[in-house]
Design a binder for this molecule. Sequence first.
Ligand code: MN
Length: 239
Amino acid sequence: MSQPLIAISVNQILRNGIDTNSISYSYTEAVVRAGGLPLLIPNDFPVNEIQTLCDRIDGVLLSGGGDIDVNLFDGEHHAKIGDPSRDRDRLEIALFQQALGEHLPIFGICRGAQLINVAMGGTLYTHIPTQFETTIEHNTPERKGRDHIAHQVEIEEGSLIGQIIGRTKIPVNSFHHQAIKILAPGLKVTARATDGLIEAVEIPGTLFKALGVQWHPEGIQGISEQRDLFSAFVTACHK
Ligand code: MN
């Protein structure tokens, strides 16, 4: 059986005034380690050719990154919201919807989990510190490293992610100042931080029909449960 081809979305950043595609190696390394073949999809990929893309890939990984445009979910404006990446928002929503329709496995990480919720009609806290009461630091300073354990998450027993992880409480890293606020219809919350913030969502029924996690498993691949997430995703893409 050939290795599944996994489309990975990327950041849209301005470099010297020029729109640029960018993503860290950690995503592609985690996919390769799990037995998949990573394929980076540029933000200027022609949206009307998404079906052509989905005909050739076996799964979609929606990666982490900047904030989703607040206008896409009628979100509360806040000074700390990053500039929108409109090409990325448009591409990822189109890719998500096409992949969902074609029953391709979908794995959302951080922004990717938020993207799944917004694409399905949910909303986000646009700045956690002013909109959600917590003592947890969900937005770890980068100097502490991508593998810094920020908090625990409690995983719903019997959920699809629960079957992969095999434990009800795990430590995770955390690099987000936004999070899911109102859950989209059709999604189920399957993990929360100990402060109650949503940390994982899934479409019930089929593994990776869509599954999103708010933490960054690609940054803590030294932990077996986090490798298991990628292995289960690549296995789902084989089918
Ligand atoms: Mn968190």
